[in-house]
Design a protein around this ligand. Sequence first.
Ligand code: MN
Length: 128
Amino acid sequence: MFKVLLVEDNEMNRDMLSRRLQRNGYEVVIALDGEEAVRMAQSQAPDLILMDIRLPVMDGWEAMRRIKIMPETRSIPIIALTAHAMAGDMEKCMDAGCDDYDIKPIDLPRLLEKMQALLNNYDSHDKN
Ligand code: MN
């Protein structure tokens, strides 16, 4: 079973998405802010991270940058999730090291497809 780290500060979005992921066979662990996301990327060694961008304490951009420079977490694929298709967000996402990008509200079949594509590629990432 793949373990997904879901980083989302909005309770309603978080509960809904985590339930839907669990129903689709994923184990879900949750972080509520960017700092917790960085810690949990290390301690939980998830197979994939779904990262909201607008987060308290530390925003998603900074959390992604930190996860992508640490040797033990840098190979974990990250899909950035944002509520607004802001101009330049895609470039910013790639600069921060995210592997893919999706827009909220979540279209679950589309998101699952993106997740599966990354999980197939990164299947063998080093889990300590
Ligand atoms: Mn948010």
